[in-house]
Design a protein around this ligand. Structure first.
Ligand code: HGY
Ligand code: MN
Ligand code: MN
Length: 393
């Protein structure tokens, strides 16, 4: 973790900004390749931009672990990289102990887990599993209008080869992802590690409000069609729709972009992105329906238009019960934790037996520079992952 501590630091936001195929992420790819080779693994990159480091000849039924290296804008140091660094450390420990696996073991780094650049989370694992059609992925654009196809080409990939990878998928016999906890579960449980039970359903919607751009000083208020007004009312509607039900229905607007975005300019358009999650799909759908209804009413009141687009949906995930119980038994019955955070493990769970291990985060905060994990707890995570790999392989 210390080796990558200076890669992708974001001075403006604080924390880290590391997004697929940008300079920082490419540096992290090099760090991973060098580190994996240093512990004796053979590294190759698949057609969808995911990196695989193999102990033993790649073959079906492998025991696979890993996570992601990309971050949210201004993210913390541990979300993603802790799972990757811990996997390398666990493999190194097993090799130093002279462990001889009967199955191939692989450490994988999935591309664009956060969707921080192209908007769709778990893009690399969704492409691998066929959860997203390649032509949809390739036409995604970043804030500058660069397509994923162009960014991938610039990074040395052939856009024509992106898409479901049955060979890579068949090789995964079991997948276990270690991840820093992104809530307070382990603080309250007083344990350094936990085994994951599942992931709440969650989605992302883009709401685009259009009105009439004009001069802030000369346009009479009564004549305005200012898209910022319905956008603001929608943010409040999101809060009103949230906070109910078991473990809270959640609705968040973390990104709102006025166009053109001048201090003295009434925006012509305001784009905002809604992230909504709940313990059940119906609760999420109800919240989103209430919020989009409020958005349409607010747009109408202001003489504006609004367009609602679902950008991604991740259904509810329950990890394989047998594997979950086997992880728990191997690790001496640590606590079980559900989570509201999405992971590549959630995408793979539909295809292969998948499990998760969490490492305590004493702040309970994530997607923020405040995210943290103590060395002792990280060490407990590496030891747990090494035990799990030994047991499974
Ligand atoms: O948004 C999430 O839950 C994850 O960090 N991608
Ligand atoms: Mn994250
Ligand atoms: Mn993550």
């Amino acid at each position: 973790m210390a080796e990558i501590a200076t890669i992708g630091t974001d001075r403006a936001r604080g924390g880290y900004s590391r997004h697929v195929f940008d300079t920082a992420e490419r540096e992290l790819r090099e760090w991973f390749t060098t580190s994996a080779e240093r512990v004796g693994l053979d590294v190759d990159v698949d057609r969808n931009g995911n990196i695989w480091a193999w102990w033993g000849t790649p073959a079906d039924g492998a025991v696979v672990t890993g996570s992601h290296l990309d971050s949210v804008p201004g993210g913390g140091a541990f979300d993603g990289p802790l799972g990757v660094a811990s996997a390398l450390a666990a493999v190194e420990r097993l090799r130093n102990d002279g462990f001889r696996p009967r199955r191939p073991i692989a450490v994988v780094v999935f591309a664009e887990e956060e969707g921080g650049r192209f908007g769709v989370p778990c893009l690399g694992s969704r492409l691998l599993t066929g959860a997203i059609p390649p032509d949809r992925a390739l036409t995604l654009t970043d804030a500058d209008g660069t397509t994923f196809a162009d960014a991938a080409t610039k990074a040395g990939f052939d856009p024509g080869r992106f898409g479901k990878d049955d060979v890579a998928l068949a090789r995964i016999g079991t997948f276990v992802e270690l991840h820093v906890e992104q809530g307070r579960g382990l603080i309250d449980a007083g344990s350094p590690i936990a085994v994951g039970t599942g992931i709440d359903p969650h989605g992302r919607w883009r709401l685009s409000f259009t009105g009439r751009g004009d001069h802030a000083g000369t346009a009479a208020v009564a004549d305005r069609n200012d898209p910022m007004i319905p956008a603001a009312r929608t943010v409040l509607a999101a809060r009103a729709a949230a906070g109910h039900g078991p473990r809270d229905t959640r609705a968040t607007v973390g990104k709102l972009v006025p166009v053109p975005g001048g201090t003295n300019v009434i925006p012509a358009r305001v784009d905002l992105w809604l992230d909504s999650r709940a313990t059940a799909t119906e609760a999420t759908s109800e919240a989103v329906a209430a919020i989009t209804e409020a958005a349409r009413t607010a747009a109408n009141d202001e003489g504006c238009e609004v367009e609602v687009t679902e950008e991604s949906w991740s259904g509810p995930v329950s990890f394989d019960a047998r594997l979950r119980d086997r992880l728990r038994t191997t690790l001496g019955e640590p606590p079980l934790l559900p989570t509201g955070a999405g992971h590549d493990a959630g995408v793979l769970a539909a295809h292969v037996p998948t499990g998760m291990l969490y490492v305590r985060n004493p702040t309970g905060i994530s997607h923020s520079p405040a995210e943290h994990a103590e060395d002792d707890d990280c060490e407990a995570g590496v030891e747990a992952l090494a035990q799990v790999l030994r047991e499974l392989a």
